[in-house]
Design a protein around this ligand. Structure first.
Ligand SMILES: *[C@@H]1O[C@H](CO)[C@@H](O)[C@H](O)[C@H]1NC(C)=O
Ligand SMILES: *[C@@H]1O[C@H](CO)[C@@H](O)[C@H](O)[C@H]1NC(C)=O
Length: 200
């Protein structure tokens, strides 16, 4: 009698295990199998709709959909990498401008200050990216707050470059080139920051 009960118990445990495995197979398999490139694009479009520049967001992040899939953290990191690459491009644009013929001393000084600002942008964005890699740590809220703070600081740095050209005796041509270059950069940072803000 006791032996029978023991066997029944064992059988029930075994049955529970099998049902649990079947449950996981049935819930996991179809969802991951159903995700297609179209799902990844839809995810991107939906996330980008919460940023200030949805079209630019989709355009610059579309090449990363196979990496991002539907992972919001990966999307933030892709956006940060795009912004860092943009800052490197901005840095070389500003440096080239500083070497152009006909640039006055005042303009050269303003451009030099701007290069410092853009380097600060790269520094802040790199810190942000690094912090995003630690969101799995116990102090996630703290790391997440740091990431937001540093991405915002990067926006201020980009603005600081543009402000450096107002009130100084700089030709409209140089000012316009800097404005369009840095404003494009600021948009990329703003997209990354919005995605970080809406991460959780
Ligand atoms: C993928 O997209 C299809 C069509 O829009 C949708 O029916 C399906 O639920 C999506 N799959 C996932 C995992 O979101
Ligand atoms: C967009 O923002 C709203 C408000 O913060 C939020 O409820 C929603 O989940 C966000 N959508 C996405 C796709 O992150």
């Amino acid at each position: 009698m006791e032996n029978n009960q023991y066997n029944l118990k064992k059988f029930c445990n075994f049955l529970t295990l099998i049902l649990t495995i079947l449950f996981f197979i049935s819930t996991k398999q179809p969802t991951s199998a159903a995700e297609t490139p179209q799902n990844y694009t839809n995810f991107l479009i939906s996330k980008c709709s919460n940023t200030t520049y949805p079209t630019l967001c989709i355009k610059t992040l579309q090449p990363f959909t196979s990496y991002v899939q539907t992972d919001p953290l990966r999307l933030c990191n892709a956006a940060l990498n795009v912004a860092i690459q943009g800052a490197h491009d901005a840095s070389s644009t500003v440096s080239k401008l500083a070497l152009q013929k006909g640039i006055s001393h005042i303009e050269a000084a303003a451009l030099k200050d701007c290069i410092y600002d853009v380097n600060d942008v790269i520094y802040e964005l790199s810190r942000t990216l690094n912090e995003m890699g630690h969101l799995g740590d116990a102090d996630r809220e703290f790391k997440w707050a740091n990431a937001k703070t540093w991405a915002s600081a990067a926006i201020s740095d980009a603005e600081s470059c543009m402000d450096g050209f107002t009130g100084r005796n700089v030709s409209p041509d140089v000012t316009n080139k800097i404005r369009s270059c840095l404003f494009a950069q600021e948009k990329l940072i703003s997209i990354a920051l919005a995605l970080i803000n809406h991460l959780y």
